[in-house]
Design a protein around this ligand. Structure first.
Ligand code: G6P
Length: 372
């Protein structure tokens, strides 16, 4: 009913709007007075966390994209090798698992059969499994060694939005916690990241206030057949997620690519007026990444593509090559996905609406897939 949707036309719009709160709620109670992480619910002995020599993340759909992003933070902050695998592929390839493997199963619903079967297989091999889940008491956390709940509140729309952002928050908290327990991150470094994480909620709020041009752009592209998404580093999984949203909601052909791969194939797809969304990393921090993507934007624009550029406020280098510029607040490189994903959600939702699609219940899809 309209009341359940809180005055919004769709649950998806309501859930997009709830993201600032969802992000803040997922941080709540997990940071101690002196900025250290207090993840008491991670009931895996610290000795096990200290001795883990590999992290393997398993998930499906949007949760898999959260896992792909988490890998960057986990490896950067803990120096533990981290693999990310689609749950449906994982157990069929005889993966190498042992008691020193920490498996992280990410699932909004906690009921996805592929993810459940992957974690069962991991535990049979003696690995420890930690679930990141949004649904209290669901099957995946019940069958795991420990669970870190995301506090997004119930997510009703089939296409995941607020759960995704909170999965990222939970993954970052976990990565910092592993760094804390293993001594690869110093207390002052952890405090600094925690401070940055605490800013994200307000930054998402600001992004949401500036979405009208994105909606207008989406409406203007309603008759297109294809949209491409490019990103580098953590922007690459953001590109994959932007493409997935468009498939799910707008039933359009959409693909995400690592921008560096353009020259190895995808550039052949670039055509006049083809909309290409580019997620641009912060020019501060790793400026090499930024410079490379600016030249990618130049390359595709020189071939006639219509460039839709998502870039940090104050990034002037992209301005000459952007047909449409979407500004996001400046964040540290690793945290950018939480603000960069938001315009892509709004874009897909508006395109779906413009095409007359059912936003909350896209054809052929289910919120939670309980068959393999
Ligand atoms: C389905 C949904 C997706 C979701 C995926 C994983 O395919 O349509 O939105 O990302 O399942 O769901 P989970 O509940 O495990 O996060």
């Amino acid at each position: 009913s309209a009341a359940e949707k809180g005055g919004y036309d769709y649950f998806m719009l309501k859930e997009i709007a709830e993201q600032p709160k969802a992000v803040a709620d997922t941080l709540l109670g997990r940071i101690g007075a002196s900025g250290e992480l207090t993840l008491d619910e991670v009931r895996i002995p610290q000795s096990v966390l200290r001795e883990a020599d590999k992290v393997v993340i398993v998930a499906c759909g949007t949760a898999f994209h959260a896992g792909l992003i988490a890998k960057y933070a986990i490896e950067h902050w803990t120096r533990i090798p981290c693999e990310v695998e689609l749950a449906s592929e994982f157990r069929y390839r005889d993966p190498i698992l042992d008691p020193r493997t920490l498996v992280i199963a990410i699932s909004q619903s906690g009921e996805t059969m592929d993810t459940l079967m992957a974690l069962r297989h991991a535990r049979e091999q003696g690995a420890k499994v930690l679930a990141i889940c949004n649904t209290n008491g669901s099957t995946i956390p019940r069958e795991s060694d420990a669970v870190l709940y995301t506090h997004a509140g119930p997510e009703v729309a089939v296409a995941s939005t607020k759960a995704f952002l909170t999965q990222l928050v939970a993954c970052y908290l976990l990565a910092l916690y592993l760094g804390q327990v293993r001594g690869t991150k110093w207390a002052d470094e952890i405090r600094a990241v925690v401070r940055d994480l605490a800013q994200i909620s307000g930054q998402v709020e600001r992004v949401l206030e500036t979405m009208e041009p994105v909606r207008e752009l989406a409406r203007s592209l309603a008759d297109k057949n294809t949209v491409l998404f490019l990103g580098r580093h953590v922007g690459y999984p953001v590109a994959l997620e932007g493409a997935l949203k468009l498939k799910e909601l707008a039933y359009m052909h959409a693909e995400g690519f690592a921008a560096g791969e353009l020259k190895h194939g995808p550039i052949a797809l670039i055509d006049k007026d083809l909309p290409v969304v580019v997620v641009v990393p912060s020019p501060r921090g790793r400026s090499v990444l930024h410079d490379k993507i600016v030249s990618n934007i130049q390359e595709i624009r020189a071939r006639g593509a219509r460039t839709i550029v998502i870039a940090e406020e104050g990034d002037e280098a992209v301005v000459p090559y952007a047909d449409h510029l979407v500004r996001i607040p400046a964040t540290p490189t690793l945290l950018q996905p939480m603000v960069a994903a938001v315009p892509l959600q709004v874009f897909a939702c508006e395109l779906a609406t413009a095409r007359g699609n059912e936003v909350d219940q896209p054809r052929n899809l289910a919120k939670s897939v309980t068959v393999e």
